[in-house]
Design a protein around this ligand. Structure first.
Ligand code: SAH
Ligand code: SF4
Length: 354
């Protein structure tokens, strides 16, 4: 499985071949990824056969599209049975890929489907990077209607908490930024507030964008939604975000998922405003996507409007984001919602490419 090998060691796959074969393979994995080994046209047939079905470190179990074909969700299945989900969202001038960093998540945020189903394991750097390579190859071949043919942005907002899998996520960032050559500024790492990871990321050589999932602006409410807040309370998370801003000169963005009657109050908006002001952060607000194991509902439109209006009145830059892919469970917090293979029946596969 070539993506499981450190990019600098690819020659170990071809011990009997001249070293330029490893360079050619390197280019097929990191510069111009392709969907199948057959497309690696400058490799001899015998090497292509050797790679064969093992090109990807997972099988593509389902590919679903939504939003007129501009959103694609993949459920990849690792050989050990774990699900890895990635969502590609195309726009007229950019394509954003949302990738997973863990199979499941141990942090148990009450409103998140991934958290509700628990933690299976960390994803390996090759499994994280391969999601990027697969989407790149897909864009170059099938593509999304009316969207660029290449990947422009990556967000670590799929399954898992990237900063709870720091070493492997770091290596995946290195492959994306240094080996593949995507601009660090186009990459966003989203964290629910793993303070040691936030501090460590500030020391890395990359100008990656950091997003902090806040959701509540006092410790009592935040601890009830995000159990990790008991370990790293708001003040510590804010200090780590301020440190990132200071060291990198890059503003940290704040994510806020509006849950009906829970964190959509004027009081929360007023507590959020000074935090956003101190960090000079932009606040990205989305309405909750319902999940199977929680009765929580998205805020009603009038409450969303009032929350946004209060932020604006207090001088906070906030944007209400509209969700992609809700009907295929591809929206934020919905990954893992229905990825368990059903016993005794084949998984429903919907392939509806444009
Ligand atoms: N673990 C990281 C990254 C993955 S979650 C984090 O929590 O930041 C990506 C984003 O989706 C986070 O901002 C998270 O709070 C949000 N999210 C989780 N569940 C959601 C839901 N049901 N509806 C809307 N957003 C959700
Ligand atoms: Fe994990 Fe993020 Fe979901 Fe919380 S919101 S359970 S940290 S994936």
């Amino acid at each position: 499985m070539p993506y499981s090998v450190v990019p600098e060691n690819l020659s170990s796959l071809f011990p009997d071949e001249p070293s330029y074969r490893a360079d050619q393979l390197h280019s097929w994995l990191y510069e111009h990824p392709v969907l199948t080994a057959d497309e690696m046209t400058n490799l001899p047939g015998q090497l292509r056969d050797q790679i064969g079905d093992n090109l990807w470190p997972f099988k593509v179990e389902t590919e679903q599209t939504a939003d007129d074909g501009t959103t694609v969700k993949w459920l990849f299945r690792a050989p050990d049975g774990n699900a890895i989900e990635a969502v590609l969202m195309g726009y007229p001038k950019r394509n954003t890929l949302c990738i997973s960093s863990q199979a499941g998540c141990a942090l148990g945020c009450t409103f998140c489907a991934t958290g509700q189903f628990g933690f299976d394991r960390h994803l390996e750097p090759g499994e994280i990077y391969a999601q990027v390579a697969y989407a790149t190859a897909y864009l170059a071949s099938a593509g999304l209607p009316g969207c660029p043919d290449h990947l422009t942005n990556i967000v670590y907002m799929g399954m898992g908490e990237p900063l709870a899998n720091y070493r492997r996520v770091r290596e995946s960032l290195r492959r994306i930024i240094e080996v593949r050559g995507l601009g660090a500024r186009s990459v966003t790492v989203s964290t629910v507030g793993v303070v040691p990871g936030m501090l460590a990321l500030a020391e890395e050589p990359w100008q990656v964008t950091l997003a902090v999932s806040l959701h509540a602006a006092d410790d009592e409410l935040r601890s009830s939604l995000v159990p990790l807040n008991k370990r790293y309370p708001l003040a510590a998370v804010e200090a780590a975000a301020a440190n990132y801003f200071r060291v990198k000169g890059r503003r940290v963005s704040i994510e806020w998922t509006l849950i009906d009657g829970v964190n959509d109050t004027i009081d929360q908006a007023r507590k959020l405003a000074p935090i956003a002001e101190r960090l000079q952060s932009h606040v990205n607000v989305i309405a909750l996507n319902p999940t199977p194991l929680s009765p929580d509902q998205p805020s009603r439109p009038e409450r969303i409007e009032a929350f946004m209006a209060e932020l604006a009145r207090l001088g906070v830059n906030g944007t209400l984001r509209h969700m992609r892919g809700q009907d295929i469970d591809a929206a934020c917090g919905q990954l893992r919602a229905r990825s368990e293979p059903k016993r005794g029946s084949a998984q429903r596969v919907e392939i509806s490419r444009p």
